[in-house]
Design a binder for this molecule. Structure first.
Ligand code: XMP
Length: 311
């Protein structure tokens, strides 16, 4: 693929579509929305408003980090704090699909409000080919493939959606990012799902439980930086498991899974052969930094039959 040509064509299309109206981009800091935001900014400059919805389901220090990275590119990012709204919507929900639905509807509610306030008529969205394929196949309902899950963005939320990357898979999206001159920390970033840490939290997503997932993800990411992999993260399972205290008493605590996979485009994946010493270091840190943990597991599942995330 000729990335320069692709980028040029998309920039032109965005410019022609938006004309002198306003557009808004919901930046998550992931590769897809980051590349989309840069394309849109090149196309329409200040007519683009970039928002980052802090849904409370982000990794450690993510909102500030993203804002800083984009400031370096000359793109202003406004952070919308909405953690409370998301946790309220997720309260009491344990079914994976119910959680995805609650996330999706809250996202579009919060986002719709921001769009109306900005008077934007267009939404720039980082949907990629894998999202569409998996939604079509019914593997999962991606929060960013609106029309495929029967939601009309125009009718339901009042804006038109522009999806410049919908024909590309992840490796091509990264290449476009590189062509656009984005720094490696952005275009070579691990994918991070739209519903955030909720996809790594089985059972109810409370602030306390998401806090555990956040710490687990931080540990796994930090300890696997030097290995070639597609994604690496920690997961909180829904059950409780027996542990034992230093003075020999039984206690029930959290089960944490380590997930690290190799993949080309997220459609298939295999577990990464992490060195034993690395796994041991991760489990040691998890017990130290997450005192409620009583079991640490390494997930060996390939996709299929598994998926990469947990919901
Ligand atoms: P699964 O878990 O289906 O994930 O094997 C495949 C890839 O997609 C990411 N993922 C998502 N990305 N919205 C997104 O933008 C979503 O709802 C979503 N769910 C999963 C996941 O991290 C992996 O890279």
């Amino acid at each position: 693929m000729d990335c320069k040509k692709f980028a040029r064509r998309q920039i032109e299309t965005i410019r022609k579509t938006v004309r002198d109206a306003r557009a808004i981009s919901a930046l998550s800091g992931g590769v897809d929305s980051s590349v989309c935001t840069v394309l849109a900014h090149r196309a329409i400059g200040d007519q683009l408003r970039v928002i980052f919805i802090d849904d409370g389901l982000m990794r450690q220090d993510e909102p500030q980090w993203v804002k800083k990275q984009f400031a370096k590119l000359g793109i202003k990012v406004s952070i919308i704090r909405a953690a409370g709204t998301f946790f309220k919507a997720l309260k009491g929900k344990t079914d994976p699909e119910d959680k995805r639905k609650a996330f999706r509807h809250t996202f579009y509610k919060v986002f719709g409000k921001a769009v109306r306030a900005s008077k934007a008529q267009f939404l720039i969205q980082g949907t990629i080919a894998a999202d569409i394929l998996e939604t079509k196949k019914g593997v999962k309902t991606q929060h960013n493939v609106l029309d495929q899950i029967g939601i009309s963005a125009k009718k339901g939320y009042g804006f038109h959606v522009i999806e410049p990357l919908k024909t590309l898979y992840k490796p091509a999206v990264r290449k476009v990012g590189r062509t656009l001159g984005m720094p490696e920390v952005l275009h070579a970033r691990m994918p991070f799902p739209g519903p955030g840490l909720a996809t790594r939290c089985l059972g109810e997503c409370t602030p306390r439980r998401i806090g555990i997932v956040r710490r687990a993800c931080k540990i796994v990411e930090e300890e696997t930086t030097r290995f070639k992999k597609f994604q690496a993260f920690g997961v909180l399972l829904a059950d409780r498991a027996t542990g034992v205290t230093k003075d020999g008493r039984r206690r029930f605590g959290d089960l944490i899974a380590i997930r690290c996979v190799n993949s080309e485009n997220a459609v298939t994946a295999t577990a990464t052969r992490l060195p034993w010493a690395t796994l041991m270091k991760i489990q040691k840190r998890i017990y130290k930094e997450i005192p409620s943990a009583t079991k640490v597991l390494y997930d060996l599942s390939p996709k299929p039959p598994s998926t990469i995330e947990y919901i």
